[in-house]
Design a protein around this ligand. Structure first.
Ligand code: PLP
Length: 440
């Protein structure tokens, strides 16, 4: 068996835990996360209702309240406990599921108000930088394909969604008889980790009776550091908020945390009550049954690993962990900035995308005098392929304003400064080969 794993499996594995992995966004593993997964696998319960394993439901509520408090989410997102309120947190498998369930809750809430026959008139808003999970949620949720508005952003707002554009689009849609119902803002977009203006977007959503969701799948983690919490300012205007603990929070995949202010909206959309699941605690409405907050019935004991991460590492170590990656990204950014063959800036367009967290977006400049976009895009594509073909590091790309842009996301737990230096050397060497001009 071991021989087969080594010869047949591992050669085909992309090593996301390698210190030289800088592609996409990270997917952290840790001793605590791994132990939590092991314990969960050993217990192997299926906690869809409270009664099917009370500890699983109760730990999930407790741990999400802990994390919610760490993120300084408004009280309305936390479990009501002895206070009034209808909020609470739940662990979904992925951010895509989180976005889907809140979109379904918002859709049904709106349809209860305007009538079921209005489904074809419902409109969703995000930006062209919003993760494609929103589009998928619209597809599944029966939103008419033409009613998913991905509003255009550009470098003038660093690819953040301008509130005026959202207001205009909503007013126009209302004027032609459509019904805006869902707005998604992002903290840490997938292409360039930009942050949408949450407060203004939230106000727009509120004044139009819309559900406002904030997707902080990647960058939410950093907001446990006081100096990064400002990026969540305005989350108090949101109806729901998600963050992937399985990205940059040392919690093994999968663990996507979602908080809502109105759990009843989720439950009204997603609950079923078949005879074979009935029990006294549920019937008396004394407990949380997470089956009604998610798509599947069955669910894993995911809170164990998040509990272990929080307990074993503690807040200060987690903050240090995140800050260290951000410092390493800063170091990489300095390296790029010192080599005039590369750009963090597009001369006419300001910055490719400013670094806010631990993602650096950059490009190799074409030879002097060649400003043709196609050729410069091809150059960067060839550079990415050449760098990744060395097997020494792995980076990915995106497109910003039609420009093929390289992404360097620091976030693997084992990455140190020496790895960044080595990665930068590979990038420089491959650039020299491509341009035919060795670094002076
Ligand atoms: N939202 C954002 C901002 C992301 O960056 C990602 C993935 O990178 C997602 C959503 C989708 O995450 P998941 O794979 O958990 O569905």
């Amino acid at each position: 068996m071991i021989v087969d794993v080594q010869s047949k499996i591992l050669p085909g594995v992309t090593h996301w835990q390698s210190p030289n992995f800088y592609a996409y966004y990270p997917s952290n593993s840790s001793v605590a996360g791994f132990l939590g997964e092991m314990l969960s696998a050993a217990i192997n319960m299926v906690g869809f209702s409270w009664i099917t394993s009370p500890a699983a439901t109760e730990l999930e509520m407790i741990v999400l309240d802990w994390l919610g408090k760490l993120l300084k989410l408004p009280q309305e997102f936390l479990s009501p406990g002895n206070c009034s309120g209808h909020g609470g947190g739940v662990i979904q498998g992925t951010a895509s599921e989180a976005v889907l369930v809140v979109l379904l809750a918002a859709r049904d809430k709106t349809l209860r108000r305007v009538g079921k026959s209005a489904l074809g008139k419902l409109v969703v808003y995000g930006s062209d930088q919003t993760h494609s999970a929103l589009q998928k949620a619209c597809q599944i949720g029966g939103v008419h394909p033409e009613n998913c508005r991905l509003l255009k952003t550009d470098s003038s707002t660093n690819y953040a969604l301008p509130p005026e554009i959202v207001s205009e689009a909503i007013s126009h849609d209302i004027s032609i008889g459509l019904i805006p119902f869902f707005l998604c803002g992002t903290v840490g977009t997938t292409s360039s980790a930009t942050v949408d203006p949450l407060y203004s977007l939230g106000k727009i959503a509120k004044s139009n009776d819309m559900w406002f969701h904030v997707d902080a799948a990647y960058a939410g983690s950093a907001c446990i550091c006081p100096e990064y919490r400002k990026y969540l300012d305005g989350v108090e205007e949101a109806d729901s908020f998600n963050m992937n603990a399985h990205k940059w929070f040392l919690t093994n995949f999968d663990c996507s945390t979602l908080w809502v202010k109105d759990r009843n909206a989720l439950i009204q959309s997603l609950s079923t009550n078949p005879e074979f699941l009935k029990n006294k605690a549920s019937q008396a409405n004394l407990v949380v049954d997470y089956k009604d907050w998610q798509i599947p019935l069955g669910r894993r004991f995911r809170s164990l690993k998040l509990w272990m991460v929080l307990r074993l590492y503690g807040v200060e170590n987690l903050q240090h962990y995140l800050r260290n990656h951000i410092e390493l990204a800063k170091y990489f950014e300095e390296c790029v900035g010192q080599d005039s063959r590369f750009e963090l800036c597009v001369p006419t367009l300001q910055v490719v995308a400013p670094r806010l967290f631990a993602l650096v977006c950059f490009r190799l400049l074409p030879p002097v005098g060649d400003n043709e976009v196609c050729r410069s895009n091809k150059l960067n594509q060839v550079l990415l392929e050449a760098v990744n073909s060395t097997g020494k590091l792995f980076i990915s790309h995106t497109a910003l304003s039609g420009m093929y842009t390289l992404r360097f996301a620091v976030g693997a737990p084992l990455t140190e400064r020496r790895h960044i230096a080595a990665a930068w050397k590979v990038l420089q060497d491959e650039a020299s080969t491509l341009l035919g001009t060795p670094l002076q």
